[in-house]
Design a protein around this ligand. Structure first.
Ligand SMILES: [Zn+2]
Length: 393
């Protein structure tokens, strides 16, 4: 009897999960259309949706004409304020704390930039994060009871920052479930789950800036590898003779050769005429709009810096397409929204691949300025959508 009970419960979780995932991407959909899409009977959908209406997870939003006189379809959508999650990104130079609703929309965010050397007292960092998280919740009138969990993502290798210690302490101090992830993988899941335009579940997700990372997405989930390091495109060795030492300790890594940190160093060497291109040296923030203008005007100095570096980048992207056979590479990062820069990379990739492949490069439609939202989306996936909206499973 117990086993039967458990399996019935599992089926219920799965069915609710399917309904929630349809509503996540298609707000304002009727019961009949949900039923058609996920292959459950209309009676089953009616039962699931009325249960979730009672729980206030979903709401009826209006009617749609059916074409039959006197009959209208009632439309449903998620109650996006039913629950919230906290997202936290930690890097060696800054932390971001934010709150999102069930649709992965940012309610409020806070960024703290470390002045050099003050990021490594882990207990101070934890206290700062807890204080800011509670403040953001209070500011927005959000009861902690409605927070499903907190996601922590880290950028690259963290050196002295002990992420596991931070995870344990955050769980203890905030009394919330914690989901930990590399930020590129978390953003890839945000792309799958919350991008209205995303239709594929088999692609490579490449994030550029300040480092370079890739997530391999297959059937909507991440291929992790033995040590969770699959997809580290930034640490593929592309020029062993290069005079670079990467943060991973190897020589000639792609990331060390094309990272924004390296570009900032290149621009600095050009002297005061080009110094306006560096917005924030510590965070490696470059004025890409101005870079794009200089590329458009064929400024030879800037063009040569980017041509050289992005040729290596394009070769690695083309090789990744050859290795993993994805539908496409989805690129994420502020730099790609500049048309000259995107086209420079895109043209080179196409040139290396030739005509016997259908894969291509496309720009992510996600906001490229907010990393922490990726891990918030991962929390929503693991603690809400995958478990059918039940808080305790
Ligand atoms: Zn490396």
């Amino acid at each position: 009897m117990l086993e039967l009970g458990l399996s019935q419960k599992n089926v219920k979780f799965q069915n609710r999960s399917k309904v929630l995932k349809v509503l996540r991407k298609q707000p304002g959909i009727s019961r009949k259309d949900i039923s058609d899409q996920i292959g459950l009977t209309k009676a089953a959908i009616s039962s699931i949706t009325s249960e979730m209406i009672d729980e206030k997870i979903i709401v009826e939003t209006g009617n749609q004409e059916t074409g039959v006189v006197g009959r209208k379809k009632v439309l449903l959508e998620l109650n996006k304020d039913f629950g919230y999650v906290l997202g936290l990104t930690i890097s060696e130079t800054f932390i971001t704390v934010l709150i999102t609703n069930l649709l992965g929309e940012t309610v409020e965010s806070y960024i703290h930039e470390f002045s050099s050397g003050d990021c490594c007292d882990k207990d101070e960092v934890i206290d700062l994060i807890v204080e800011k998280a509670l403040y953001l919740l209070w500011m927005n009138g959000i009861d902690k009871q409605s927070v499903l969990g907190i996601g922590i993502s880290y950028i690259g290798e963290l050196g002295n920052v002990d992420i596991d210690y931070i995870k344990v302490q955050m769980a203890k101090k905030l009394r919330l479930k914690v989901v930990l992830s590399n930020n590129v993988k978390a953003l890839a899941m945000l792309q799958v789950d919350f991008s209205i335009k995303e239709t594929s579940e088999n692609f490579l997700f490449v994030k550029y800036g300040p480092g370079l990372g890739m997530a391999i997405v297959e059937s909507g989930t991440i291929i992790e590898g033995v040590d969770n390091k699959a997809g580290e495109i930034g640490h593929t060795i592309v020029d062993a003779d290069a005079n670079t030492t990467c943060r991973c300790g190897r020589t000639g890594c792609l990331e060390a050769l094309i990272s924004e940190k390296g570009i900032v160093e290149d621009i600095e060497k050009l002297g005061p005429n080009y110094s306006y291109l560096i917005i924030n040296k510590n965070l490696s923030i470059i004025d890409y709009k101005s870079v794009n203008e200089l590329l458009e005007m064929k400024d030879p100095t800037i063009t040569s810096i980017f041509e050289k570096r992005y040729d290596l980048f394009a070769k690695s992207l083309a090789n990744s397409i050859i290795l993993f056979n994805p539908e496409y590479i989805c690129v994420y990062g502020l730099i790609f929204s500049q048309p000259e820069i995107f086209e420079m990379i895109n043209t080179k990739v196409k040139g290396y691949l030739g005509f016997n492949t259908t894969a291509f490069i496309k720009l992510s439609d996600l906001d490229p300025t907010s990393d922490a939202i990726g891990v918030a989306a991962l929390v929503l996936r693991e603690l809400f959508y995958d478990v059918g909206g039940f808080k305790e499973v």
